[in-house]
Design a protein around this ligand. Structure first.
Ligand SMILES: [Zn+2]
Ligand SMILES: [Zn+2]
Length: 347
C-alpha cells in the first residue's frame, strides 16, 4: 500500500512530496495513522539544509522527516504491551537503547545510543509511521490532534522550567519561539512572581504577553539595552532564574550577567558554534548552569499532560497556521519569514 510522504532527497534546501510504502510494524512497534504533525525548528534546519543538518543527517538521505505528531494506532506488533488499536498517541522522539548506563539510571533522554525520530529514522511527515511502542504516549481523546502533536516541544519547555523551582521567583526567558512562549505560560501557571520575556520580534512578544509575561523586552528595537532593562525590572537584583531558549551567544551572556548570585540558568537553546563565556563570573556568582536535552522520560510527559488537561495555558493559540501535508512548503515559507508560531499539517 502506498502513502503520501515528505522526503528529504537532496543535500540542499527543499523537500519532495512523493509516494512511499506504508511501513510494517516490527514486533515491538505500532503503526500510527497520522492525524496531525507540526513543524519544529529542527525541521527548519533540515529543510534549509544548514551546516548542522548536513553533518548530522547527510548520511541518512533519502528519508522521511518530521517528528511532532498525534495520530491513531492502527496496527500493533506481537510483543506490544499496554496499548490498544484506536488509541490516540504522540511520540517521544528520543528512541533509547534501554541498556546503556544512562538508560539504566533513569536518564533515558540522554541515552548514549539514542536515535531521534525523523532525524535518524523515518519520521512523521507522512500518512503513517512506525514507532517503538515504548515511545508511544497515549493522549486523552478529548485533546485535539493539532494540540496533542505539540506536546514534544511543550515537553521541552516543561523540562527546562521545572529543572528547578519557579514559584515565587523572578524568571527571565530569552527566545520567544513557541517553546519560549510555552515556558512563559508554564512559569506563570506555576506561580512565578515576575516574568521577563526577551525576544526579537514584536508579534512573538505579543504571544508572550498573552501567556503571562509581565515585562517584554525587544532586543532588536533601536536603543534597547537588554541588560539594563532586565536589571531595572528586577530592582537591580537580577533574575532568580534564567531560561535560555534563543540559542544566541548574546542572550546567553546577557542572561548570565543579569542572574543574581546563586541563581539558576537552564539552557535549552542550541548554539551554532562555540563562543566566549565569562566562566569566572559564573564561579564567583555561584550560579547553577544546567544543559537541558529532550524531555525526562516520562516525567516531562506526565507534567505536560496535566498542564494540557488543566486548560490554564492557551497552548492552542500558538497554532497560527494549518495546511494539508501536501502543502508543507507553504508551512516552511511562513516559518522562514517568522510570520507564524506553530504550523500544523494534516494528511
Ligand atoms: Zn520538535
Ligand atoms: Zn541507552
Amino acid at each position: 500500500m502506498g502513502m503520501t510522504a515528505v522526503w528529504k532527497t537532496k543535500g540542499e534546501q527543499g523537500l519532495e512530496v512523493k509516494e512511499a510504502e506504508v511501513p510494517k510494524p516490527k514486533d515491538d512497534e505500532v503503526l500510527i495513522k497520522v492525524k496531525a504533525t507540526s513543524i519544529c525548528g529542527t525541521d527548519l534546519h533540515i529543510y534549509r539544509w544548514d551546516e548542522w543538518a548536513a553533518n548530522r543527517i547527510g548520511k541518512n538521505i533519502p528519508y522521511i522527516f518530521g517528528h511532532e505528531v498525534s495520530g491513531e494506532i492502527v496496527e500493533m506488533g506481537k510483543s506490544v504491551k499496554g496499548l490498544n488499536a484506536g488509541d490516540h498517541v504522540s511520540a517521544e522522539t528520543h528512541i533509547s537503547c534501554g541498556y546503556c548506563f544512562q538508560c539504566k539510571t533513569g536518564n533515558e533522554h540522554i541515552c548514549e545510543n539514542v536515535k531521534i525520530l525523523g532525524v535518524d529514522t523515518n519520521g512523521t511527515f507522512a500518512e503513517y509511521l512506525t514507532l517503538p511502542y515504548r515511545n508511544a504516549w497515549v493522549n486523552d481523546k478529548k485533546i485535539p490532534h493539532g494540540l496533542a502533536s505539540m506536546q514534544e516541544p511543550i515537553g521541552n519547555a516543561v523540562h527546562t522550567v521545572f529543572d528547578g523551582e519557579v514559584a515565587g521567583k523572578v524568571v527571565t526567558v530569552t527566545g520567544m519561539g513557541p517553546i519560549g512562549v510555552c515556558a512563559v505560560g508554564l512559569c506563570k501557571a506555576a506561580g512565578a512572581e515576575k516574568l521577563i520575556a526577551v525576544g526579537r520580534h514584536a508579534n512573538r512578544l505579543a504571544f508572550a504577553k498573552e501567556f503571562g509575561a509581565d515585562v517584554l523586552i525587544n532586543g532588536k528595537e533601536e536603543g534597547v539595552d537588554v541588560k539594563k532593562e532586565i536589571m531595572d525590572a528586577t530592582d537591580g537584583k537580577g533574575s532568580d532564574v534564567f531560561l535560555e531558549m534563543a540559542g544566541s551567544p548574546s542572550s546567553f551572556n546577557t542572561g548570565i550577567e543579569t542572574l543574581r548570585p546563586g541563581g539558576r540558568a537552564s539552557i535549552l537553546g542550541v548554539f551554532s558554534k562555540p563562543f566566549e563565556v565569562d566562566v569566572t563570573g559564573i564561579v564567583f556568582k555561584a550560579a547553577k548552569v544546567n544543559g537541558i536535552n529532550g524531555r525526562k522520560m516520562f516525567d516531562s510527559w506526565y507534567k505536560t499532560k496535566s498542564f494540557l488537561g488543566s486548560g490554564r495555558i492557551p497552548f492552542e493559540r500558538l497554532i497560527t497556521h494549518k495546511f494539508r501535508l501536501s502543502e508543507i512548503e507553504k508551512g516552511f515559507d511562513v516559518l522562514m519569514k517568522r510570520e507564524g508560531m506553530k504550523v500544523v499539517l494534516e494528511p
